[in-house]
Design a protein around this ligand. Structure first.
Ligand code: AMP
Length: 180
């Protein structure tokens, strides 16, 4: 093992019944306030992707931005922001997706990737995979391929990582939690 996953897990705080009843919210902010934890997490991704065939790193609004920006700097790759509707200026492409209650929409700037690009897609957490699939569709609509989806946390019982793998996109996470 290249990194101390027990240490990363010891930093993640579970907040029960937040933001609503029945949800175990996995709070990653303590990783960012712990310099050793941030280094361990970032180094794990750098080791994994330093020789990977990736042309771009894309990341999802907002917690996905945090580590992805460091990776883009360290791996010297262009960083592409996939944002919630209405945040990106200029011509955009958008993709609607379902949340537990209602719908949401993600956007990417037109021309940010193109055919032939191979993208590492980053978000903080994989639950149902709905958010990541919307991002995958935005990248694919512009002709790019997804090299891998990376996250800090996987919640395998919600089947998002399984659905993404079944779509022939590899998934990597630093740790996982059973249950929801
Ligand atoms: P999903 O589209 O269902 O895969 O949900 C993924 C997004 O929702 C991620 O960007 C997370 O930030 C957020 N999310 C979903 N479930 C949780 C949870 N239990 N703890 C923290 N964030 C969550």
């Amino acid at each position: 093992m290249l990194y101390d996953d027990a240490y990363i897990k010891s930093l993640i705080k579970t907040v029960e019944n937040w933001p609503k009843e029945g949800i175990s919210f996995r709070d990653i902010t303590p990783i960012f306030s712990d310099p050793k934890g941030l280094r361990i997490a970032v180094d794990a991704y750098i080791h994994r992707y330093i020789n990977a065939n990736i042309t771009h790193i894309a990341c999802i609004d907002a917690r996905g931005f945090l580590i992805a920006a460091i990776l883009a700097y360290e791996l010297q790759k262009p960083l592409i922001l996939i944002r919630k509707k209405g945040k990106l200026p200029g011509a955009t492409i958008s993709e609607k997706y379902s949340l537990e209650y209602g719908e949401a929409e993600l956007e990417i700037q037109q021309g940010s990737v193109k055919k032939g690009d191979t993208v590492l897609l980053f978000d903080d957490l994989i639950a149902t995979g709905g958010t990541l699939f919307a991002a995958i569709n935005l990248l694919k609509k512009q002709g790019a391929e997804i090299n891998e989806v990376a996250a800090i946390i996987d919640l395998p019982d919600l089947k998002g990582s399984k659905r993404i793998t079944e779509a022939n996109i590899p998934v990597y996470s630093l740790c996982s939690y059973d249950g929801e």
